[in-house]
Design a protein around this ligand. Structure first.
Ligand code: ZN
Length: 175
C-alpha cells in the first residue's frame, strides 16, 4: 500500500502523490523514530551549506569540538540529539564516529581550530621540563650496587656454559 511519508496517510494502489502534501508516496511507511528526510532537516542558523570538517571518535569528542567551534562563533551541529541527524545528513554511520559539520564558508577556520586543539592535547603529556626532572630524580635514586648485580647476572650463563663444556671434556678425557 502506498503511504505519504509526511502526513502518514494511507493511499489506495495507483496513487503516486499525496494530495495534501504534494510529496511522492512511498511503499513502506518509515518507523516513527526514523531520522527525518533530508529536505526536512533544519540547518542551524548561519549554516547554508554544511561541510564535514572533522570526524570525532565519539560523542564526547564531538561535543568538545562543537563547543570549541561555537566559542569561536562558528555555527556547528552542537546538540547531542542532532548527532543522529548529522549522521543521516552526511551519510555517516555511528560506527565510524561523529562527523562535525560547519558551513562551507567556515571550513578553513574550523579545521584550523580543531588542528590546534588536537595539537595542544598531543603536547600535554610531553612536558620536557618534567621529563628532565624525573630523569634526574631517577638517576639520583639509582643505587650503584644493582648495576654490578646486573653485570654478574648477565655473565652467569657464560660461566655455566664454560663449566658444562669443561665437564663434558673431562668426561671424554676420563673415558
Ligand atoms: Zn501527505
Amino acid at each position: 500500500m502506498p503511504w505519504c511519508p509526511k502526513c502518514r496517510a494511507e493511499y489506495r494502489e495507483g496513487f503516486t502523490e499525496c494530495s495534501t502534501c504534494q510529496v511522492p508516496l512511498v511503499d513502506t511507511l518509515p518507523e516513527e523514530n526514523e531520522v527525518p528526510e533530508r529536505e526536512e532537516f533544519v540547518l542551524p542558523e548561519g549554516m547554508e551549506k554544511p561541510i564535514a570538517v572533522y570526524t570525532a571518535k565519539n560523542r564526547l569528542e564531538a561535543e568538545t569540538v562543537c563547543d570549541l567551534l561555537r566559542d569561536h562563533g562558528i555555527a556547528v551541529f552542537d546538540r547531542p540529539a542532532a548527532f543522529r541527524q548529522i549522521q543521516a545528513y552526511s551519510g555517516a554511520d555511528a560506527r565510524f564516529g561523529v562527523e562535525i559539520l560547519v558551513d562551507a564558508s567556515q571550513t578553513a577556520r574550523a579545521r584550523e581550530l580543531i588542528e590546534e586543539m588536537n595539537h595542544d592535547l598531543a603536547e600535554q603529556p610531553v612536558d620536557e621540563d618534567e621529563l628532565a626532572r624525573l630523569a634526574e630524580e631517577q638517576a639520583m635514586e639509582m643505587p650503584e650496587q644493582p648495576m654490578e648485580d646486573n653485570v654478574s647476572f648477565k655473565l652467569l650463563p657464560v660461566v655455566i656454559g664454560v663449566i658444562v663444556v669443561a665437564l663434558v671434556l673431562l668426561y671424554f678425557v676420563a673415558n
